[in-house]
Design a protein around this ligand. Structure first.
Ligand SMILES: [Zn+2]
Ligand SMILES: [Zn+2]
Length: 94
């Protein structure tokens, strides 16, 4: 049993988030947004937290675990990019 009292982490364990996560996976086609051929655990990454608790599928993107880690490493730079409507290709990230 976790003693994690962070409300965001608690939300990520909630049935509401599980439903939204599945809706997002469906919306994004169960594939890593950076490269659909990536294999590995798919994770759902928040692009914005404006509707935290009531996310739309476009508030998040699906990334494989590896790209997700990369994203968070790059996040200060990546979050400054105008992401709306465009997902960067691997080439753009290189
Ligand atoms: Zn993330
Ligand atoms: Zn990936």
């Amino acid at each position: 049993m976790s003693l994690d009292s962070n409300p965001y982490h608690a939300y990520l364990r909630s049935p509401e988030w599980k439903e939204r996560r599945i809706a997002a996976l469906r919306y994004w086609g169960y594939a890593c947004a950076l490269n659909a051929r990536h294999r590995g655990q798919l994770e759902v990454h928040h692009r914005c937290y404006d509707r935290l608790g009531a996310e739309t599928p476009t508030d998040v993107i699906v990334l494989c675990a590896r790209c997700h880690r990369l994203f968070h490493d790059l996040l200060p730079a990546v979050s400054a990019l105008p992401f709306i409507g465009t997902i960067p290709t691997n080439e753009q990230l290189n």
